[in-house]
Design a protein around this ligand. Structure first.
Ligand code: ATP
Ligand code: MG
Length: 447
């Protein structure tokens, strides 16, 4: 049980562990933070596990919060930083593959480690005992393997979310999933229907923004996506026989995600940019496959899927906009680029360069050079427009609705908005027209 592994605990974590131990109880840093320290990663948070009961923990510290007292968790506050301290516990039977019906406190650390999902997440450490690694977590780190603690069928049966956590850790760490664990995932993935959309969303995002978003393929192979994202299964099963592509829609999607930086909206945009392709597929007389109108279908499906997975409105806006315009071909002419910025939005447009680049890099080499050069020309025009501060949105017009009412006596109402749009159109054609006097005159003429 003992080992020579040394882990440098932060001072505050040491202080909490020492305080609890001096009072005669056991205490260890446990789980994800130990895994991350061994891997040389910076832990997001430090969890502490202890033989002390929640009331006993509370008695030892000045400031605590009852975070999940019925599950044994108390947050100890040191200055403004909180540390979760949880009493050793055994999780009872699970209901609907979701929540443990009841938890029982125990005085045995090993019992607590047994309830944890994977061997790499089931190690504990304090300076006195060193590393406590009863399930060979270290060996699995060396072998780069995700493996359940105990019987995988039982563990996934208790909590189906663990099936997604397995893929997520495999993507974050670049590990393989051990065979029995993988087989159990495939067998029990239908139980994911019982898991809440919010918990699924969290795991999906962690998977997507990881160094290996292509591990979503494992989610397909284990039939996880069949439950949470059947639209992606259709992509995996759609071939694209046309010169631009050398992969199925699904494989192209996986590659496109790898080709873009680890940003939530960008990775989601790549995941969904072609999601409408299976529905729009047609084959011409030469046997060439086309997907006419796929961006609009993809956009609509993306909105439905993101809503189903309970994403926030800002993410939905960003991702659907990127999907909608991902295939938009802009002439590298100032007028056309200004119009495109206005349409897509000033916040969305610059991100489209990244989306288009990733999309291109995940295609066949056909006309790659021409495509890249065209994109670079559009980018040069875009940078010039921004550098010159040219008007591309209503809020950059030198004339406001109020001016229209005051200066030319337009009645308040929806006509004001329409007029401003016409004026913006007028300025997009020629940015030198963005002068108050010119616009007032034009407005009078348009009336
Ligand atoms: P991260 O913080 O990167 O999401 P983590 O492994 O630290 O990963 P947490 O949700 O912070 O995950 O949980 C801390 C620890 O609690 C885990 O390392 C694991 O030991 C245990 N744990 C978390 N979720 C589960 C679960 N669904 N089933 C079993 N054990 C779990
Ligand atoms: Mg954690």
């Amino acid at each position: 049980m003992q080992s020579t592994v040394m882990i440098q605990l932060p001072e505050r974590v040491k202080f909490i562990i020492d305080t609890i131990m001096k009072a005669g109880y056991e205490a260890y840093a446990v789980g994800g933070c130990i895994r991350d320290m061994i891997l040389g990663r910076t832990p997001d948070d430090w969890d502490i596990t202890t033989s002390a009961q929640p009331e006993q923990v509370k008695a030892l510290f000045g400031r605590t919060i009852d975070t999940g007292i019925q599950h044994g968790t108390v947050t100890v506050m040191l200055d403004k930083e909180g540390f979760e301290v949880t009493t050793y516990r055994i999780d009872g039977e699970y209901e609907d593959s979701r929540h443990p019906k009841e938890v029982t406190f125990t005085s045995n650390l090993v019992e607590d480690l047994k309830r944890r999902d994977f061997t790499i997440n089931a190690m504990a450490y304090n300076d006195e005992a060193g590393l406590v690694d009863v399930f060979e977590g270290m060996k699995d780190i060396e072998r780069k393997v995700i493996r359940c603690v105990g019987d995988p069928l039982q563990r996934f049966g208790e909590d189906a979310l663990r099936i997604m956590r397995a893929v997520r850790f495999s993507a974050q760490l670049g590990y393989e999933i051990e065979t029995k664990t993988l087989e159990a995932m495939r067998e029990l993935s239908p139980n994911l229907v019982f898991v809440s959309a919010e918990r699924i969303q969290t795991e999906l995002v962690k998977l997507l923004v990881s160094p290996h978003p292509e591990k979503l393929r494992v989610a397909y192979e284990t039939e996880i996506t069949k439950v949470i994202l059947p639209e992606f299964d259709a992509c995996m099963e759609t071939q694209q026989n046309n010169p631009h592509h050398c992969y199925s829609v699904g494989e192209h999607t996986l590659k496109a995600m790898q080709e873009i930086r680890k940003d939530k909206a960008l990775r989601l945009a790549m995941l969904f940019h072609d999601i409408g392709k299976p529905q729009t597929l047609t084959v011409d007389t030469e046997g060439i496959v086309h997907f006419h109108g796929h961006p609009a279908v993809s956009e609509k499906m993306t909105r439905e899927i993101l809503k189903r997975l309970k994403f926030d409105n800002n993410t939905i806006y960003m991702v659907t906009s990127l999907v909608r315009y991902h295939d938009y071909d802009v002439e590298p002419e100032p007028k056309c680029v200004r119009r495109a910025i206005m349409k897509a939005g000033e916040d969305i447009f610059p991100l489209l360069f990244e989306v288009k680049q990733a999309d291109m890099r995940a295609q066949s080499g056909y006309m790659r050079k021409e495509k890249e050069e065209r994109l670079a020309s559009v980018r040069r025009v875009y940078e010039e427009i921004i550098a010159q501060g040219q008007c591309v949105s209503l809020k950059m017009l030198t004339l406001t609705g109020k001016d229209l009412i005051k200066e030319i006596g337009m009645p308040p109402g929806p006509e004001i908005g329409d007029m401003l749009k016409r004026l913006l159109d007028f300025v997009i054609e020629d940015p030198s027209r963005n002068e108050r006097e010119i616009l007032l005159k034009a407005a009078k003429e348009f009336q």
